[in-house]
Write a protein that binds this ligand. Sequence first.
Ligand code: HEM
Length: 207
Amino acid sequence: MIAKHSHVQESLHAEVDAVLGNPEARKHMTEAEIFAKLQDDLFAQFPYATAVVNETQRMHPIAPFVGMEAIHDTILDGYVIPKGTTIMGMSRVASMNHCPTPDPFQFKPERWIECTVTQRRQQERLDWSFGGGSRVCPGRHLANLEIVSAVVLVLSLYNLKELVRAPSSSPVAECASFLFPTFPIVTQGISFTSTINNVYVRYIPRA
Ligand code: HEM
């Protein structure tokens, strides 16, 4: 997603360089020097990188579905769900179809920054990339901290450039585009975790 949206990559580079210095200086920094510049709350220190991660997870959740079982007979939105029925909840449907900020099918990290508190809370509640309710992933904050760190450290040294290749012909990818026909930015394979099938990226050292 970063390689496909050059203005996003530029904003990320600007945010990262403001903390870690220009790429030439960063190249020669030791691990201790890097850590000395990072604060405990990386989400607050790198709000744009955090927004990019949130937005990527909104559109391409790593866990594409969450399995649940009705523990008693239930009526859900008019549908009768008998006790013992397994339901597979598709993680991104709600966050795409009921997103409170404009252009839900566009990749817009800004929606996590230029929004009201109510809209942000709603976006967070709709995001099922880590599941939800009482069984929500307890490792979600740690996972996001690691993902934001990785984005920051990689972008401080590299430009990501998308390589153009023919679209994937994998049947799994076709299945994914059938499920989300209005969303052709990338095709996604759906299994226990989801994979992106048709994006190839080159890491180019920044000058
Ligand atoms: C990007 C990384 C991760 C993703 C996408 C992810 C996603 C998920 C999802 C979708 C669930 C099911 C939630 C539900 O049923 O509603 C889950 C459960 C769980 N996750 Fe994660 N997770 C990640 C990282 C981690 C990490 C780093 C840890 C531990 C340090 C962790 C520990 C767990 C545990 C223990 C559960 C079971 C919770 C329960 O059933 O009560 N996860 N995760």
